[in-house]
Design a protein around this ligand. Structure first.
Ligand code: FE
Ligand code: CA
Length: 544
């Protein structure tokens, strides 16, 4: 079975190769430093005018077209990202086929008078001239400003923040949670609002790009790069240009520049509804793995994730744990890479009366990640535990006279795995757990029971699911039908796009669902659709 191999041997190989690679990279880095120093003498910032001749690529226009970003904040570190691309919609970004040095600077002030960290990274053509710097030695709970310089050009300024010290008593944390941004389905007005909002952190729960176009009648604008019509022909160059096209959106760039992000991925970063090493749209196994390899590679190259996540072949570890003082702990969960194949596959993505979904061994997270999450939850000493995963955990079936119709791509198709997740919360009695989700293009507040299908089972956790940034949701009729079929869903609206604002204090987590009508336009205004709260020590959510 491929899954068994994926769950045990591949991560082990990855670890072994990782050790080898880091040594190799260090040697490479050392040999490059000499070249960088020589290069800097010609193109040192401020002496560009005296430089004998600008490199063709740096004279070609702005090399920071894709902006910059930060992510994975820790008490002493944060990851900084940029990618040099004077012509972002060309396969090579308009860069020469050789490594280019990029200087990075971190300061405590936006004027860069008090620089605390700086260094030189190498933008390599093998990584599409992207740069991932894991800046360490920073102070906890602090705002920083950063920027890059290369080829005599200076990037815009980014702002980021480190997590508080692990033992710190934190009064307040504010998080924006978003997902599902089909570029074609609307304007990124949600990001425009988050960019100027007073938040500490942004969590993105997947569908960062869409490899599919919006249906023509709902198209607000066109993808800047078009994939080939057949998904088996998708290449690394396609995924790179597609990511670049998304980053050419000024609101998305502004939101990255304003806050650190935590990343969770879902299916559209690769192929709609893919599961582990399989995709219904690409039946040939090896062909799909090649596409997945390209998609993961381009994903890494365009997002502020740790350089240690650089994919090896078709494997990229995304699940991770983050702390925010004593107040909160976050698990970013990968619901795609280790997931089992769909059973009883139906053309419209629904299953009905399918005994195979109940198989005990079926998994959405993979056995290793399930154990990792369960152990982490049981060991947590933080006030709040947030499971940041891609889709809705609470049942979301369509009730019919002949039994429920389920969404084949969600947790309803993995009932045994969902029970194990609930047991990991309830059996060691982990209090104050909140699941965060996306994918379903609707705002949802729900209670989670130990046995989610049994109304007599105790409530053990709460769930908030964010609507999409742009992607269209269910019709009014289907939304009402799903809501009526699932009594633990307290709030559910599919008609508005938006995001969630979480205000977290030691006594309460308050979720404000921000929403605006579909489709989102540049002048759309977001408003509060609903507020739900979870009181510390009380399982379940209530209207705020
Ligand atoms: Fe989506
Ligand atoms: Ca999805």
């Amino acid at each position: 079975m491929w899954y068994g191999v994926d769950n045990t041997i591949v991560p082990l190989l990855q670890r072994i190769i990782g050790v080898f690679m880091s040594r190799r990279r260090l040697l490479l880095q050392l040999s490059r430093t000499a070249a960088v120093l020589a290069w800097q003498q010609v193109f040192a910032p401020g002496v560009q005018a005296q430089a004998p001749k600008l490199e063709a690529w740096s004279a070609a226009g702005d090399i920071f077209t894709l902006g910059l970003a930060s992510g994975e904040p820790r008490p002493d570190s944060v990851v900084l990202w940029t990618r040099l691309a004077p012509h972002p919609l060309q396969p090579d970004g308009g860069m020469p086929p050789r490594a280019v040095p990029v200087q990075w600077v971190v300061a405590v002030d936006a004027g860069f008078k008090q620089v605390v960290k700086s260094g030189v990274a190498v933008a390599d053509p093998a990584s599409a001239h992207s740069v991932h710097v894991d800046v360490t030695g920073l102070s906890p709970g602090r705002t920083y400003f950063y920027r890059f310089e290369s080829g005599g050009q200076r990037s815009p300024i980014g702002r980021t923040r480190t997590a508080p010290a692990p033992g710190a008593q934190v009064d307040r944390l504010r998080v924006a949670v978003a997902s599902c941004q089909n570029f074609e389905a609307g304007t990124f007005t949600v990001h425009k609002e988050i960019a100027t909002a007073d938040v500490d952190l942004v969590i993105f729960l997947g569908d960062y790009i869409y490899e599919v176009d919006a249906r023509s009648y709902q198209r607000q604008r066109s993808h800047l790069h078009k994939f080939p019509s057949r998904p088996e022909h998708f290449t690394l160059a396609d995924y790179r240009m597609h990511h670049a096209g998304y980053k050419l959106d000024a609101d998305l760039r502004a939101c990255h520049a304003a806050h650190p992000w935590l990343m969770v991925w879902d299916d559209h970063e690769v192929i709609n509804d893919y599961t582990g090493a399989d995709a219904l749209k690409i039946p040939h196994h090896e062909t799909f793995l090649n596409v997945r390899t390209a998609a993961y590679r381009a994903y890494f190259e365009h997002l502020p994730v740790s350089p240690s996540r650089a994919p090896i072949g078709s494997v990229m570890r995304m699940h991770e744990r983050y702390e925010w003082g004593q107040l909160a702990e976050f698990w970013t969960v990968d619901g795609r890479q280790y997931r089992d194949k769909p059973v009883c596959p139906a053309k419209v993505g629904l299953f009905w009366n399918c005994k195979w979904v109940d198989m005990r061994e079926r998994t959405m997270l993979g056995q290793d990640q399930e154990y990792w999450l369960a152990e982490g939850l049981a060991a947590s000493t933080k006030a709040w535990k947030f499971i940041a995963q891609p889709t809705q955990v609470a049942p979301g079936v369509l009730g019919t006279l002949m039994g429920p119709l389920g969404y084949a791509d969600g947790w309803d198709a993995f009932p045994a795995a969902r029970e194990r997740l609930m047991a990991a919360i309830a059996q060691p009695r982990v209090p104050d757990v909140i699941c965060l989700g996306g994918d379903v293009h609707r705002h949802v507040a729900a209670n989670l029971r130990l046995n989610p299908l049994d109304p007599a089972s105790p409530i053990v956790a709460s769930e908030f699911v964010t609507s999409s940034v742009t992607s269209q949701g269910l019709s009014e009729l289907l939304n009402a039908w799903v809501k009526a079929s699932n009594p633990d869903v307290l709030h559910m609206r599919s008609d508005e796009r938006g995001y969630m604002l979480l205000d977290i204090t030691p006594t309460q987590t308050r979720c404000t669902f921000r929403g605006t009508t579909h489709p989102v336009r540049a002048d759309s205004r977001l408003r509060n659709q609903a507020v739900y709260v979870v009181d510390r020590g009380v399982p379940g959510t209530r209207k705020g």
